[in-house]
Design a protein around this ligand. Structure first.
Ligand code: URA
Ligand code: URA
Length: 213
């Protein structure tokens, strides 16, 4: 396994490793979630991205299509990302803490997260993103191994294995809290994404084209 600190592999080798890993994931039986899945959901987005977003796990639409964040929460996520200039076809890579759908969309158990972690770890090692966006408490726990309140953690940068991490609310939580008023969870998430976009421009020197807000 490559480590977080190794230099990035050349793009073609990186793509090859990622697609081999995705193939292995299709037949994975490392935990009980394998029994209930239609398809495992490995990733979506741009494999040269400097920024990676990590969610919780597939829901129904993701399980059916094999792609992360394509249901209602995913559509909201795409809108929020677009408002600061991020686009999964251009500059962001997306994966989940667990690759198979937990029954009834329950949160994955610590055992399931641990069984699946080697995939996420290898995705991060291969991609070597500069920034990780952790969407929701499960992503925060899945990556850091620590159970922390997302309400208290969101909006605050921390460093993990040489990468900058920004915890944000999960988009499914924002669907249940629809207000955009100043101070609301949606407004807070927008502030958090604006901070990520500013940091991204600072670290990469790349500018971002925004699409409304
Ligand atoms: N919620 C997640 O956390 N991930 C997805 O891929 C879809 C919904
Ligand atoms: N609780 C969570 O688990 N996630 C959120 O995004 C917000 C509240």
């Amino acid at each position: 396994m490559t480590s977080f600190q190794d230099p990035r592999l050349p793009a073609d080798e990186r793509l090859l490793c990622l697609s081999e890993l995705a193939l292995a994931c299709q037949d994975c039986e490392m935990c009980g979630l394998a029994r209930g899945r239609t398809r495992s959901v490995f990733s979506d987005g741009y494999p040269d991205a400097e920024i990676m977003l990590i969610g919780e796990g597939p829901g129904q639409h993701e399980d059916e299509t094999g792609l992360p964040f394509v249901g209602r929460a995913g559509q909201l996520l795409d809108k929020i990302l677009a408002s600061v200039g991020f686009d999964r076809r251009q500059n962001i890579y997306i994966a989940n803490v667990v690759k198979c759908r937990p029954p009834g969309n329950r949160a994955p158990t610590p055992e399931e997260m641990a069984a699946c972690f080697p995939y996420l770890e290898e995705q991060i090692s291969l991609l070597q993103p500069k920034i990780l966006i952790l969407a929701g408490a499960t992503a925060l726990q899945g990556v850091t191994g620590q159970k922390r309140s997302i309400t208290r953690s969101r909006g605050q940068w921390f460093e993990w294995n040489g990468m900058l991490c920004m915890p944000i609310f999960h988009p499914a939580y924002l669907l249940r809290n629809d207000s955009r008023a100043v101070g609301s969870p949606k407004w807070q998430t927008w502030q958090d994404l604006k901070a990520v976009a500013a940091k991204y421009q600072e670290l990469t020197g790349q500018s971002l084209a925004k699409t409304g807000g």
